[in-house]
Ligand binder design. Sequence first.
Ligand code: F6P
Length: 195
Amino acid sequence: PRPILLTRHGESQDNVKGRIGGDPVLSEAGEKYALKLAEFVKRRLKNETTASIWTSTLRRTGITARHIDWFSKVEWKALDEINAGVCDGMTYEEIKESMPEEYAARKADKLRYRYPRGESYLDVIQRVEPVIVELERQRSPVVVIAHQAILRSLYAYFMDKPLKEVPHIQVPLHTIIEIKMGMTGMQEKRYKLME
Ligand code: F6P
C-alpha cells in the first residue's frame, strides 16, 4: 500500500521565539532537519518511480522541501497554517496579556474558537477537504510538508479521530508520521529524526 508521509516544516525562526503565524525562514536546527528529511525520503521511497511533495505557500515549507529535488512538487494554499488573524505574529503570552478574553475563549473551546479576522480549527478542517480528496486519489506516495494545525486536521481525518480531539493531537517538529492503509485499518509509524 502507498504511504503518506506527514511532516511539519523544520523549526522556524518564529518557533524559536514562540511567535505564531508569520512567514519566517528556518532556524539552524530547521535547516538541519531539511537535510535529514531529504535523506530520509531518499531511503524510504527509494523503490518508487513517482511520488510527490506537497507544501503550503509559506516559505518555511518550501525551504524544508528544497533538498528533495528528484520528485515533483505541488504548492497548496489550502495547506497554509491556521490564520491567527489579529494575533498573527504574537506569542501566546502576549495574547494572554493584551487580549485575555480571546485567550480564555480559545482555551475554553479550541475547536470552535475563531481568531478575530482569522480562522478556527473547524474552518481549517473544511479548508483542507480538497487536499484530502486529492490525497485519496493519488496512486503514488505523497510527502506532505505543512504546519501544526493543518497536519492535526489531516491526521485526524485519516486516523478517524473525533473532532474534539483535533486541536490537541501531538504533531511535534522534526518527526515524520507515516500512515498507510493496512489489512486492519490505517497504520501509523513515527520517525523522530532530531530533537
Ligand atoms: O506555533 C506554530 C504554529 O504553527 C502557529 O503558527 C499556529 O498558530 C499554531 O502552531 C497552531 O497550534 P495551536 O492551535 O496549538 O495554537
